[in-house]
Design a protein around this ligand. Structure first.
Ligand code: MG
Ligand code: MG
Length: 248
């Protein structure tokens, strides 16, 4: 069942969404060669403590950290660690929090210093596929119109769309109905209605779509060892169209 949010609930989600965006902006500015993802994790945790809000992922299904940090061939759900980032790498950071009972969830992939044009292309196309998915999230549209828009953008650039992980409804739970695949035929699934709140999150591989999970039980990696990017926003469907909640 897809829960429709009241205007009071939407206001709470705007607040938590904005906090998520502030934390991610803070982390983005710290990304440079020599920094460790564990340092970024601590920064995110400190900010949550300062605001007296709870990070969404820590303890979720046993996940042990505040952020997911997934460099290079890591797709999603990577563990922060003490390895210094190196110039030319990429890093995906996923972060969520809950404030007054409502969740926000967002992710981005950033270069560590300068990267090659091909690598920058993967980041640009993944970000664009999210923008195109959000643009398709109009009231009255079908859910799979969002999925199709993401897939079309990513595959027309020659990249692989990850199948194993999907976007999701979000609200008083981190994961609610519906599931939102990043691929599909348009015109299928439920129609989007004002009051729906969705976390849309394409995971796009430079090579094939195939992923595997490491022995830690969490970290998803590309099976071919090539790079992967991840962008996510929490949005609300409104009468006027999609509203991005996780941005400054
Ligand atoms: Mg996320
Ligand atoms: Mg999510």
């Amino acid at each position: 069942m897809i829960v429709l949010k009241s205007s009071t609930e939407l206001d709470r989600m705007r607040r938590s969404g904005r906090m998520v965006a502030e934390v991610l902006e803070l982390l983005k500015q710290k990304i440079q060669p020599g920094v460790t993802t564990l340092e970024l994790d601590r920064l995110a945790e400190e900010q949550c403590k300062k605001w007296k809000v709870r990070p969404a992922f820590k303890g979720y299904g046993g996940f042990p950290f505040t952020i997911c940090a997934s460099p290079n061939d890591r797709v999603v759900h990577g563990f922060p660690d003490q390895r210094p980032l190196q110039e030319g790498e990429i890093l995906s950071i996923d972060f969520g929090l809950v404030c007054d009972g409502y969740f926000g969830d967002s992710a981005f992939t950033a270069p560590v210093g300068p990267v090659s044009p091909g690598v920058q292309g993967l980041l640009d196309v993944t970000k664009q596929s999210l923008a195109d998915g959000i643009a398709a999230a109009q009231p009255g549209a079908h859910l799979s119109d969002v999925s199709h828009a993401i897939q079309a953008t990513a595959e027309s650039a020659g990249f692989g769309v990850v199948r194993e992980f999907v976007g999701h409804g979000i609200g008083s739970n981190l994961h609610e109905d519906p599931q939102i695949p990043n691929y599909g035929t348009p015109g299928r699934g439920p129609r989007l209605k004002p009051g729906m709140t969705l976390a849309i999150e394409p995971m796009i591989n430079m090579g094939t779509p195939a992923v595997s999970v490491l022995d830690d039980g969490w970290t998803a990696v590309t099976t071919d060892g090539r790079l992967s990017a991840h962008f996510e926003h929490t949005i609300a469907i409104t009468e006027q169209g999609p509203e991005i909640l996780t941005r400054l």
